[in-house]
Design a protein around this ligand. Structure first.
Ligand code: SF4
Length: 371
């Protein structure tokens, strides 16, 4: 138990699973059902401090408090609302490090036709449907050349508690009712989730078992960490898989994503072909279009060949420009022409709406901590 608490940054409960909470409860000679009370208070009721857990006896709360035990929820330091309803949150961890988490009412179209059913329902007023984009690391080591986060390098991994804590902070801020609202989670914020695999997967399990998300309403995006794609495929509970493709051949992909030197397209595509898909599920391939670099029609035709035989769809994203990024945005006609080639080749292709451009919340723009 002590080691679980230590991993969890001090004496923090957020991020502990039911078994770990059971050990904590037993170590205090409390009845076993206290573990269930703690688990539900932290994850289902999303309580932010021990004092508000009224199901726990006062003296047990006092003992925990005296030992310095706390829930350890990250806090919203700032929020930047966009004219389109998107909100970019700057969320502070208990050690003062910050990450960014994005709320997108009605999503960005990226969830269409991937088997999540998330795009099927009609949206009524407000945010009956919304997407939360979650970070998995502080910074990122992968160094994709079109991404602002890459400029930071990686500072550290987030714990499971810090990953799930972003979701809880946003759900509470937006007053989300899990019974009523349809919320999708995408692990597409700062960082490469598969380079923080154990903590990322622990957060996923807690989101499903504790907070009440269904695995089919979560998607994780990887830049192509091939061994972890195989591990991920064998998980009993897992989100859907998205692969950040961005180029149709090794030469181009190495230029845009240096990671391709380690796992080239041949091994990446083999991992995609080997990936065990569920009923109705498709792999999403993300493709950031960079003007005159990877956006030619011949590239689109190469993508069709590359993905042939894989049950998949492609999300096209016109580059969101940013300072220090040496690429330009293709014009709309080019983006549509690229989409048409994919569709004609039998590959469902969707153009993602850029969200929160005015607040630097769009794809690849996170870690502009000053608006
Ligand atoms: S696109 Fe994703 S994997 Fe690539 S550098 Fe940015 S955050 Fe990291």
């Amino acid at each position: 138990m002590a080691s679980s608490l230590r991993q969890n940054r001090g004496n923090q409960l957020l991020g502990l699973n039911f078994q770990e909470l059971s050990l904590l409860v037993q170590s205090h000679k409390q009845p076993d059902y206290r573990a269930r009370q703690l688990f539900e208070a932290i994850y289902t009721q999303r309580q932010a401090d021990l004092e508000s857990i009224s199901t726990l006896p006062r003296n047990f709360r006092a003992i925990l408090r005296d030992q310095g035990v706390e829930i350890g929820a990250p806090t919203i330091e700032k929020s930047f609302p966009s004219v389109d309803g998107t909100i970019r949150y700057l969320i502070a961890m208990t050690d003062g490090e910050t990450v960014e988490t994005v709320w997108m009412p009605e999503g960005d179209g990226g969830e269409e036709a991937d088997g999540s059913e998330a795009g099927d329902e009609t949206t009524e007023k407000g945010f009956d449907r919304a997407t939360i984009c979650v970070s998995s690391q502080i910074g990122c080591a992968v160094n994709c050349q079109f991404c602002l986060t890459a400029q930071l390098g990686v500072k550290r991994n987030l714990t499971a508690g810090e990953i799930i804590g972003q979701v809880i902070a946003v759900l509470n801020d937006r007053r989300v009712d899990m019974e009523r609202h349809r919320i999708i989670i995408v692990f597409m914020g700062m960082g490469e989730p598969f380079l923080n695999y154990p903590e990322f997967m622990k957060a996923v399990r807690l989101l499903v078992e504790g907070v009440g998300f269904s695995e089919s309403r979560m998607t994780v995006s990887t830049s192509g960490i091939v061994p972890r794609i195989y591990d991920f495929g064998s998980e009993p509970v897992r989100p859907k898989l998205a692969i950040s493709l961005n180029a149709p051949n090794d030469q181009l992909r190495e230029r845009i994503m240096p990671l391709n030197r380690k796992w080239n397209l041949e091994v990446l595509m083999q991992a995609a072909r080997d990936f065990p898909l569920r009923n109705r599920e498709r792999i999403t391939f993300e493709y950031v279009l960079l003007r005159d670099v990877n956006d030619r029609l011949e590239h689109a035709r190469q993508v069709v060949e590359l993905l042939r035989g894989i049950r998949c769809k492609v999300n096209l994203i016109a580059l969101n420009p940013g300072p220090g990024i040496a690429f330009a945005t293709p014009d709309q006609e080019r983006v549509h022409a690229f989409q048409q080639v994919l569709m004609a080749g039998g590959i469902p292709a969707f153009i993602r709406r850029p969200r929160g451009l005015d607040i630097y919340a769009a794809c690849g723009q996170l870690k502009r901590t000053v608006a």
